[in-house]
Design a protein. Structure first.
Lengths: 142, 140
C-alpha cells in the first residue's frame, strides 16, 4: 500500500457484517476498515450494540483493513467482549496487522482476545468451544 | 543540522474529526525527525490520546487546542494546552493494567498509554486555569 492509499483509508471508517456458521452457532463476521478512534468508535459501538440486542453473541472481527486503533476503540472491543462472555458467547479476531497486534500486546489485550490466522481456523475454534460447552453443561449430560 | 531548539505551533479546532489530521502531522514529523517506526507509532498514539482527552474534557469548544512541538538534537517535546477541567488527580493515578483487564474496563487507558509509550509525561495546571500536558520522546 502506498502512502496516498493509506491516507485515503485514514479518512474513513466502514464496517461490513457477514453472517457465518460454525457448527450450530451463528457467528457474525464484522470487517472493520479504516481507523477506530475517538471520532469513529461510536459507529462501531452502535453497530455492535444493535447486533447484541438482536441476540447475537458470537463475533469474528476481521481487522485486516484496520489502520489505527486508539483507547476509545479498544474500549468498544472490551465492552463487547465482556457482554458476550456474560452471555456465554465470544469474540475472536482474524487478520490483525503487526501494528495493531503490537498495541494489543503492549496493553495486554492479546491475553483476552484470541487472534486466529484465518477465518476457517477461528470458525473451527468457535465450533470446538461450543461442543466442549455442551459436554461440560450438566443439563446436557443425560 | 537541526537548530538547538526549533518550535512548531499548531492550533486546531477542539473537535474529534481533526484527530486524523493531527495523527498524520505527527507521523510525518516523527518520521522525518528520524525516529524508528515503533517510536513513530508510540508518538502518534500518545498525541491522539492526549488530544482526545483535551477535547473530551474541554469546557470551551470554541477555543482551539494549542499543540507546541519543541525539537532539539535528541528529543521531541510535545505540549498540549487546553482550557478544560483540572485533571491533576486523574494524572497522578496509575492504571493497574492487570486489574483493568480482569474487570474488562472500557475506559481510562489514555493516560496509561501516554505514560507507557513516551519517555516522560508531565502535567501542570496553570494560574490561568489551563492545562499543560507535556510529553517527551528521546531519539536514541
Amino acid at each position: 500500500m502506498n502512502d496516498t492509499e493509506d491516507r485515503q483509508m485514514w479518512k474513513k471508517f466502514e464496517m461490513e457484517t457477514t453472517p457465518l456458521s460454525a457448527g450450530d452457532l451463528s457467528v457474525n463476521k464484522v470487517k472493520i476498515k479504516g481507523y477506530l478512534d475517538s471520532s469513529t468508535f461510536p459507529q462501531l459501538q452502535e453497530h455492535l450494540d444493535n447486533l447484541l440486542r438482536e441476540g447475537n453473541h458470537y463475533y469474528l472481527l476481521d481487522l485486516e483493513n484496520l489502520t489505527y486503533i486508539s483507547s476509545a476503540g479498544l474500549g468498544v472491543l472490551m465492552g463487547i467482549l465482556r457482554e458476550v462472555r456474560e452471555k456465554q458467547g465470544d469474540l475472536k479476531i482474524i487478520n490483525m496487522s503487526d501494528k495493531i497486534e503490537r498495541v494489543f500486546s503492549l496493553l495486554g489485550f492479546s491475553r483476552l482476545m484470541k487472534v486466529y490466522s484465518s477465518e476457517e481456523e477461528a470458525l473451527e475454534a468457535f465450533s470446538q468451544a461450543a461442543e466442549n460447552q455442551e459436554v461440560e453443561d450438566p443439563e446436557n449430560r443425560f | 543540522m537541526r537548530n538547538q531548539n526549533d518550535r512548531i505551533e499548531l492550533r486546531i479546532p477542539a473537535r474529534m474529526d481533526y484527530l486524523c489530521t493531527v495523527r498524520l502531522f505527527f507521523e510525518d514529523l516523527a518520521r522525518c525527525f528520524g525516529f524508528p517506526e515503533k517510536d513513530v507509532e508510540n508518538i502518534v498514539m500518545s498525541v491522539d490520546e492526549a488530544v482526545s482527552n483535551s477535547i473530551n474534557y474541554s469546557r470551551r469548544e470554541e477555543e482551539p487546542l494549542r499543540i507546541t512541538v519543541s525539537l532539539t538534537e535528541d528529543a521531541m517535546t510535545i505540549t498540549i494546552e487546553d482550557a478544560g477541567d483540572d485533571f491533576r488527580e486523574r494524572f497522578r493515578q496509575n492504571v493497574e493494567i492487570e486489574e483493568h483487564l480482569r474487570e474488562m474496563r472500557e475506559g481510562g487507558l489514555g493516560l496509561h498509554i501516554m505514560k507507557t509509550f513516551m519517555d516522560a509525561v508531565d502535567y501542570k495546571r496553570t494560574p490561568h486555569q489551563t492545562n499543560h500536558l507535556t510529553m517527551v520522546k528521546f531519539l536514541r
